[in-house]
Write a new protein. Structure first.
Length: 300
C-alpha cells in the first residue's frame, strides 16, 4: 500500500460476533466507518412517514462530557448508529490510514488464547470473519479504505476467509473496488439492508436503487437482502413490492426479515409477531443476537 495513503474517519473497531443474518454467531472483527448518505430518522417513530412528528434524542444529547463512542447510549428513536454520521459526534471519531486501521483490527483480535490476533484462531483452527459497516461502508472513502485495509492484512499474512459489507445498497461501486473483488480469493459478502419508507422514513427514490444492488450481485453471488419491519401490513406490502424490484434486477440472494428496534426492549415488543409473519411467508428470520447477549451497548 502506498504510504501516502489518505486517512479515513471511523467510529469503532471491535471484536464480537455477527448478530444478524447469514453469519450469525461467527466471531467477527468489525470496523465501523463514519459517514452515511441516509439518516433513517423514522425508525421507532409513531409515524415514520411524517417528519413533523419525529422525536430524535441524538440531536439534543449533551455530548460535551463524552470522551469515547462506547459511552454513548443506543437511542430508541431514529437511526441506532446516528453517531456514525451526525457532525456533532465527529470529534469522537478516530482518523487513521488504512494500514494503521489494519493493525488496529489485528489488535482487537488479540486475546489470551490468540495473542497474535490471527484470523485463523490457534485454538479452534477456524477462520474469524471481518465486517465493514457504518455509517455506509461503500461510500467512496470506505471503498478505498477497505481495499487498503485488506492489502495491509495481506502483507501481514493475516487474512480472513470472508468479509461482509453491511450496506444500504445505494452506493455505486467504483472500478478499483470492483477490480479488487475480482482479484482476491476470499469471499466478499454483501449484506444489503434497503431502507423502507414506511419504516425508516427514507423516500424510496433515494433509498431503493435495485440496479445498484444488481451490480453487487453480478460481482458476487454471496449476499443477502435484510429488511427491518414491524407488524404493520403496509410495511410488509412495501417490503414485498421492493423485493420484486430487486428480483427483476437479478438479485437472487436469500431474504432475511428482522424486527424493528435497536434496543432489546423494542425488539421484544414486536419480535414474535414479526418472526411469525416472516416464516409463514417463507422468509428467513433474523434477530439482533448481540443485543440479547450483551445488552444495549455500542461496541458489541
Amino acid at each position: 500500500m502506498d504510504k501516502a495513503e489518505k486517512k479515513v474517519y471511523y467510529s469503532e473497531i471491535f471484536h464480537s460476533i455477527q448478530g444478524e443474518g447469514h453469519y450469525t454467531g461467527v466471531p467477527t472483527a468489525w470496523i465501523r466507518f463514519f459517514l452515511c448518505n441516509l439518516q433513517c430518522s423514522g425508525f421507532g417513530q409513531i409515524d415514520p412517514t411524517n417528519p413533523e412528528t419525529y422525536d430524535l434524542p441524538f440531536l439534543d444529547y449533551d455530548v460535551s462530557q463524552v470522551k469515547r463512542v462506547e459511552d454513548l447510549p443506543v437511542w430508541e428513536k431514529g437511526c441506532d448508529s446516528s453517531y456514525t454520521w451526525a457532525k456533532k459526534y465527529k470529534h469522537l471519531m478516530g482518523h487513521e490510514t488504512p494500514s494503521v486501521l489494519a493493525s488496529k483490527i489485528v489488535d482487537t483480535l488479540r486475546t489470551d488464547s490468540n495473542p497474535e490476533g490471527l484470523f485463523l484462531h490457534p485454538v479452534s483452527k477456524q477462520k474469524q470473519h471481518l465486517c465493514f459497516t457504518g455509517g455506509e461502508p461503500l461510500m467512496v472513502t470506505g471503498q478505498i479504505a477497505s481495499v487498503g485495509i485488506y492489502e495491509e492484512l495481506e502483507r501481514l499474512g493475516n487474512l480472513p476467509s470472508s468479509m461482509t459489507f453491511e450496506t444500504n445498497g445505494t452506493q455505486k461501486l467504483r472500478q478499483p473496488f470492483i477490480d479488487w473483488v475480482k482479484r482476491i480469493n476470499e469471499e466478499v459478502f454483501f449484506s444489503c439492508s434497503p431502507k423502507l419508507w414506511t419504516v425508516s422514513g427514507e423516500e424510496s427514490k433515494k433509498a431503493i436503487i435495485p440496479e445498484v444492488v444488481g451490480e453487487y450481485r453480478q460481482l458476487s453471488d454471496k449476499g443477502q437482502l435484510k429488511f427491518v419491519v414491524g407488524s404493520e401490513q403496509k410495511q410488509w406490502d412495501e417490503m414485498e413490492s421492493v423485493i420484486e424490484k430487486f428480483i427483476a434486477e437479478g438479485v437472487d440472494w436469500p431474504i432475511w426479515v428482522m424486527p424493528v428496534g435497536a434496543r432489546e426492549e423494542e425488539q421484544t415488543a414486536t419480535a414474535g409477531d414479526v418472526a411469525k409473519m416472516a416464516f409463514q411467508r417463507g422468509y428467513n428470520v433474523a434477530a439482533r443476537v448481540h443485543v440479547y447477549l450483551f445488552g444495549n451497548a455500542i461496541g458489541t
